[in-house]
Design a binder for this molecule. Structure first.
Ligand SMILES: C[S@@+](CC[C@H](N)C(=O)[O-])C[C@H]1O[C@@H](n2cnc3c(N)ncnc32)[C@H](O)[C@@H]1O
Length: 254
């Protein structure tokens, strides 16, 4: 299978898919430079149905997806088989806690690239989770972390007229007032990573505008979806726009 094209929203895509296109492009832009060696050992914790796993396996890497959902793992298996990469993708039913200890699903200190996207928001203890993630990385290995960003959620609540909820989230140092899980500010995230012995290499804003733009505007002119993806890629690099981003993508190194 040839790797997915970078960025491109396709004709007929719905707003949710366009947001995915924007997220995918920004995350791939930061991930691909890390894929320097052939046949790297990659683990995707909470990798779900394998969007990243199948692409990375198609590039020749060995990928283990650890996820508690049997349905997600079944879809992963189907996708990997359809793409002809099932020999390089392994699905393991488990969760972040199963990475720990001698009986962990992955050997300690063995992983070149560890993905943890959209999971830190929902675990009981993010500090403990980052510690477990750091433990399976080899020295010099990279962690790719995607988390919900707090101030975008504050803005969304305020714009929806939910002023009390916006204030609660703004003032909540643990970012736990989010109904769908924890939200992180960049500084908090960098502190958590440092406490786990991980050095922050880069931080990108993900979906800076994609969640704010009404879907109808994306249909208004031909090429506007692709233009939004390119705008997102440019905005991702700008620290001053990060408080608007729905998510942060952090690359950290052990
Ligand atoms: C929001 S989805 C993100 C999926 C994928 N990583 C992505 O970015 O598209 C969260 C995923 O984490 C899994 N999950 C939930 N709790 C988890 C835990 N404690 N450890 C690992 N994965 C978990 C869910 O089954 C689900 O597949």
């Amino acid at each position: 299978m040839s790797p997915e094209p970078l960025g491109g929203a396709r004709p007929g895509e719905r707003p949710g898919e366009r947001r995915e296109a924007a997220r995918g492009a920004v995350v791939r832009d930061a991930l691909d430079p890390l894929l320097v060696d052939p046949g790297m050992s990659v683990v995707d914790v909470g990798g779900g149905t394998g969007g990243h796993a199948v692409r990375l396996a198609a590039l020749g890497h060995r990928v283990v997806v650890v996820d508690p959902s049997p349905d997600a793992l079944a879809s992963l298996h189907r996708r990997a088989t359809e793409a002809g990469v099932e020999d390089r993708v392994e699905g393991v039913q488990g969760d972040l806690g199963d990475l720990r200890g001698p009986g962990g699903v992955v050997a300690a200190g063995s992983v070149d690239l560890l993905l943890c996207h959209g999971v830190l928001e929902i675990v009981a203890d993010p500090e403990e989770a980052l510690d477990a993630l750091a433990g399976v990385l080899r020295p010099g290995g990279h962690l790719s972390l995607v988390v919900a960003q707090r101030y975008a959620a504050v803005l969304a609540r305020a714009m929806a007229g939910q002023f009390v909820a916006a204030r609660e989230l703004l003032d909540d140092p643990a970012g736990q007032a989010g109904r769908t899980g924890r939200r992180f500010a960049r500084a908090e995230l960098e502190q958590l990573l440092a406490a786990a012995g991980l050095r922050t290499v880069s931080v990108h804003g993900v979906r800076v505008f994609a969640d704010l733009v009404p879907g109808a505007l994306l249909d208004a002119e031909p090429g506007s979806s692709q233009a939004l993806v390119e705008l997102e890629r440019a905005a991702a690099q700008r620290p001053e726009l990060q408080p608007l981003a729905s998510q942060l993508h952090v690359v950290a190194q052990r």
